[in-house]
Write a protein that binds this ligand. Structure first.
Ligand code: SF4
Length: 69
C-alpha cells in the first residue's frame, strides 16, 4: 500500500488525522501529511476509512502487488 495526500486539494478538515492518527498528521497550516515512514500505511486498517472520510478526496491509497506476497 502506498498513501499520498494531494496538499493542493486538502482543505485541512482533519478527518484523516482523526481516523488514522498513526499515519496522518497536520502541519502548521492544518494541511494533512503522511507521517515520515508511514507511507506504507503502517498496517493501519483505518487508512481506507481516512481516505473515504476525506471530504475532498485528497487521499490516494494505491495497492502494490508486493503487498500480497
Ligand atoms: S481529511 Fe482530507 S481535507 Fe481533511 S486534512 Fe485529511 S486530507 Fe486534508
Amino acid at each position: 500500500m502506498r498513501i499520498s495526500v494531494d496538499r493542493d486539494v486538502c482543505i485541512g478538515a482533519g478527518q484523516c488525522v482523526l481516523a488514522a492518527p498513526e499515519v496522518f498528521t497536520q502541519d502548521d497550516d492544518g494541511l494533512s501529511e503522511v507521517l515520515p515512514g508511514r507511507e506504507d500505511g503502517h498496517g493501519s486498517a483505518m487508512v481506507r476509512e481516512a481516505a473515504r472520510a476525506c471530504p475532498v478526496s485528497a487521499i490516494t491509497v494505491r495497492e502494490e502487488a508486493r503487498d500480497r506476497e
